[in-house]
Design a protein around this ligand. Structure first.
Ligand code: ASP
Length: 299
């Protein structure tokens, strides 16, 4: 029996301000719809995750791709990862500069190299070799987007509790063959030190996928998420038949107890069951399953 095509996406947790609520909802709904269209056309879970994340990397109000936060020196260093639950193949990129679809670079690293994680200058060199050119953010943003970007971006670190307007993006998908894929993309914490890498491009932390258990994608305070290997933790619970909602809640509770950090998590298993949990004030997300007319969006 074919599996039920499903995609769940998030547009970050934290304290999404009122002015960004409608935009964030639109952004995640569009991403879920794009992911579902990809699955409906016969695309794989990986294709759906990449397409959904690319669409959110194009939105200036998410902290990913074009909307990435600047580091303490005003530069952009992006992190992303993608994982194939059928094979455990993983592609990750960290601290890459001026590449505004890092999820695609992560996928190319997974499929076209023997490595899992490429960082910094090496990632930029590899991108060029693989036909992905660096871009100047100023040429990508319309005047209106540039204004919003300036308004949202700080180069001094906010206090953790103050965080944040517009956030990291992620997606987990299930295709008709039962394959699960997961991915996450971020500009990282605003005002971070150059070279700082958070959870997003670390397998098991920013995302994880294994057909046998399920998939997960995380957002939030990377230093805390990495300490508890949040996404893998939820997948391990699902491997023991914990439903995805309970798995997400348990993993977030563990993070809260052990690190006092803030995070959000989405989960999905082969039965098309999903979960969302977060201990921040808000988390933008959208869910679409086959036969639904439109994505279900919540913030
Ligand atoms: N987890 C990301 C990081 O720490 C940021 C975020 O999700 O807001 O880099």
């Amino acid at each position: 029996m074919p599996f039920k095509k499903t995609i769940i996406v998030h547009g970050g947790a934290w304290n999404i301000p009122d002015q960004l609520i409608e935009l964030s909802k639109t952004g995640v709904a569009e991403a879920a719809q794009i992911g579902m269209n990809t699955l409906t056309r016969g695309g794989s879970a990986l294709d759906a995750v990449e397409a959904a994340i690319r669409s959110m990397e194009d939105k200036v109000y998410f902290n990913a791709g074009k909307g990435a936060s600047r580091n303490s020196e005003g530069g952009y260093e992006l992190d992303a990862m993608i994982m194939n639950g059928a094979t455990l193949q993983t592609g990750c990129v960290a601290a890459v500069r001026n590449i505004f679809h890092p999820i695609t670079l992560a996928r190319k690293i997974m499929e076209q190299t023997d490595h899992i994680l490429i960082v910094g200058e090496g990632a930029n060199k590899l991108a060029e070799k693989l036909g992905i050119t660096e871009q100047n953010i100023n040429n990508l943003l319309t005047q209106q987007e540039a204004q919003l970007h300036t308004q949202l971006n700080k180069t001094t670190p906010p206090t953790v509790k103050e965080l944040f307007a517009g956030d990291t993006v992620g997606a987990v998908a299930l295709d008709t063959n039962g394959n699960i894929a997961a991915g996450t993309s971020t500009g990282g914490l605003p005002g971070k030190l150059p070279g700082r890498v958070g959870d997003t491009p670390l397998p098991g932390c920013g995302a994880y996928a294994d057909n046998q258990s399920g998939g997960a994608s995380a957002t939030g305070w990377g230093e805390a998420i990495a300490k508890v290997v949040l996404s893998k933790q939820a997948c391990d619970l699902m491997a023991n038949n914990t439903p995805p909602q309970k798995a997400a809640e348990t993993a977030i509770n563990t993070l809260t107890q052990k690190t006092k950090g803030w995070a959000g998590l989405i989960t999905l298993n082969q039965k098309s069951e999903t979960g969302t949990a977060y201990n921040t004030s808000r988390m933008a997300r959208a869910l679409m399953k086959e036969q639904m007319h439109q994505p279900q969006t919540t913030i």
